[in-house]
Design a protein around this ligand. Sequence first.
Ligand code: ATP
Ligand code: MG
Length: 264
Amino acid sequence: MKIGIDAGGTLIKVALVTDEGRTFKKYPAAEINQVIDMLNNEYAGEDVYLTGGKAEYIQEKLNFNATLSIEFDATFRGLSQLLKEADIDLDRYVYLNVGTGTSFHQATRESQKRVGGSGVGGGTLIGLSYLLTGIGDFDTIIERAKDGDRDIIDLKVHHIYNGRPSPIPGDLTASNFGHIINAQKNASIEDQLIAVIGLVAETVTAMAINLADAFKTKNMVFIGSTLLDNTVMTDIIYRYSELKNAEAYVVPDGEYSGALGAIS
Ligand code: ATP
Ligand code: MG
């Protein structure tokens, strides 16, 4: 068995690969010491591959040897494999790893280059939701946001143009959280949660669109646990990309790219 581990800021992703197939597991980063105990007790002597921000910490505490790899290289290897398995065949593309924070990359079939990052990511989604509503559980945030209405809190282009013709689509957000007078009166918890998700989704998509444009491609690939079962966010990403004539892909199991690619 080969075990690939991507220990990120929020979640530790684990890929267990045997000749028969593979399984994926994730653990909260707060449980890192339990994960280390499990590795030392149950998996000592197996081939263990580590990547991610907390990889070195794990390596120091293991009582056997493990192979370390650079996070960006591991993620690209894993992503290339998952794209192939999903029959997504891209010559040139940008990809965004929307983890706790977000990192941006330009890629061809052969290689990737990290071209930047943003502090707006999944950590923002949870942190801002919690500060506004007291809800900090990821699944609850997503579930309740489904009943929210973005027009209550966000100012859309059509709000500014007041029904008159606008030079850009009226459905585009003019200002996230900008529908101020209305929001102060009418915003429910659900409206606040979907507004937070909208802010994160549109920020990363806007950056992806610019990055893709500069790299002369329309293809934008999104990975990271922030997208996990998060149809509220992926719907916003798809719709915004379509309005801008770009092609967004959300790769199945994309959040395990690093764990999978660490196994080399
Ligand atoms: P980074 O790569 O930035 O160090 P990471 O690898 O831990 O961080 P991911 O696992 O890709 O990041 O994504 C973390 C985000 O996924 C969280 O910020 C949260 O928005 C979302 N998320 C999805 N499921 C969960 C969960 N069960 N618990 C906590 N966060 C979750
Ligand atoms: Mg990560």
